[in-house]
Design a binder for this molecule. Structure first.
Ligand SMILES: NC(=O)C1=CN([C@@H]2O[C@H](COP(=O)(O)OP(=O)(O)OC[C@H]3O[C@@H](n4cnc5c(N)ncnc54)[C@H](OP(=O)(O)O)[C@@H]3O)[C@@H](O)[C@H]2O)C=CC1
Ligand SMILES: O=CC(=O)O
Length: 328
């Protein structure tokens, strides 16, 4: 008998066809979005769940007695309670590598947009505010040849560094808990303590996963260390930053500008002060959102769930759940 898989994510036809060959696929096809209660109900007799941000916690695992694999169409997996999943013998998989270039492109666009004030000046031009002789009021700052500090030199961090170094001649430094000498040599970049990186960088990009150690990694103290001319970019998760401290730093001129793809609350509340600031570029968590990359992620997530459920082929288990014995 084929394993049963449930998903609430709409999937392209070719991915559905691939899944149908290997599993009994059930897709949530109602127009209303699925409530938590409906999800738990659907999970009562399935072996696998294909999802993106669904919180996988004890309450869900308790009510899904057959569940063996949760495959996330994302690389970040802070929605997994990996401790509980381990206890219940449930594997969690994710989609590394296939989105690195796309997310990096977006990070570079946030850097450029914030530095050159692209959204602000686009709005000014469209509302007829372009006046001759007022160029100076529209000046931005250069990106090329500046110093970029990347916090979180992982898969995505590395592709950002490559673009910054070879595309924009930037002086790139990074901070990680583990030093990566081979990457330093390959890309001609250097390692710094986090405080030194914060003090010296013109651009600071945060690209760490959200974990108990990175929650509010950047707060009031860290913004105080930054240059007044610093541009801060966050494309990791909103909770890696103390958002109120970010608002304060931008309002008091402690830093120059910010480019954000992620927030404490998503979708962001329409009254959030960040939305009112000219010196903040705001995007709706679209780091990997191109047709090609979202397709590649969904296909990889489909392959992960098939491999993990059938035991045929390899899959990308998240770090904390590698080698976990799956419940029978
Ligand atoms: N905006 C968007 O749409 C997207 C956002 N993301 C986010 O980006 C994150 C990173 O993805 P990816 O590059 O693939 O992940 P990786 O695991 O490859 O890289 C993460 C890096 O962060 C470092 N890190 C972890 N904890 C800390 C810490 N406490 N202090 C400093 N550095 C730390 C790790 O090094 P070390 O362990 O040595 O410290 C590692 O090098 C994802 O987890 C996700 O949250 C990803 C894709 C799209
Ligand atoms: O935020 C997106 C991800 O893939 O993680």
């Amino acid at each position: 008998m084929k394993p049963r898989v449930f998903t609430q994510n709409p999937l392209p036809q070719d991915i559905q066809a691939y899944l149908n060959e290997h599993v009994e696929l059930k897709i949530w096809d109602k127009t209303d979005s699925l409530t938590r209660e409906q999800l738990l109900n659907e999970l009562s007799d399935v072996d696998g769940l294909l999802t993106s941000g669904t919180a996988i916690n004890e309450e869900l695992l308790e009510q899904a007695p057959q569940l063996r694999v949760v495959s996330s169409i994302s690389v970040g997996y802070n929605h997994f309670d990996t401790k509980a999943m381990k206890e219940y013998g449930v594997i969690g998989t994710h989609t590394p590598y296939v989105l690195d270039d796309t997310v990096s492109d977006l990070v570079i666009s946030l850097m450029l947009s914030a530095a050159r004030r692209v959204p602000e000046l686009d709005a000014l031009t469209k509302r007829g505010g372009w006046e001759k002789g007022k160029d100076q009021e529209m000046f931005g700052v250069d990106v090329h040849h500046k110093k970029l500090g990347i916090i979180g030199m992982g898969r995505i961090g590395e592709t950002i560094a490559k673009r910054a170094k070879y595309g924009f001649d930037m002086d790139v430094t990074y901070f990680n808990r583990t030093r990566k000498k081979e990457v330093e040599e390959k890309l001609n970049i250097s390692y710094q303590s986090m405080d030194d990186l914060l003090c010296e960088s013109d651009f600071i990009v945060l690209m760490v996963p959200l974990t108990k150690d990175t929650k509010q990694l950047i707060g009031a103290r860290e913004f105080q260390l930054m240059k007044k001319s610093a541009i801060f970019i966050n494309a990791s998760r909103g909770q890696t930053v103390d958002e109120q401290a970010l608002v304060d730093a931008l309002q008091t001129g402690e830093i120059l500008a910010a480019g954000l793809d992620v927030y404490d609350q998503e979708p962001i509340n329409e009254n959030n002060p960040l939305l009112k600031m000219k010196n903040v570029v705001t995007l709706p968590h679209i780091g990997s959102a191109t047709s090609e990359t979202r397709h590649a992620m969904a296909m990889l997530a489909a392959k992960n769930i098939v491999a993990a459920l059938t035991g045929e082929g390899s899959y990308y288990a998240v770090k904390e759940l590698q080698g976990v014995e799956v419940r029978l």
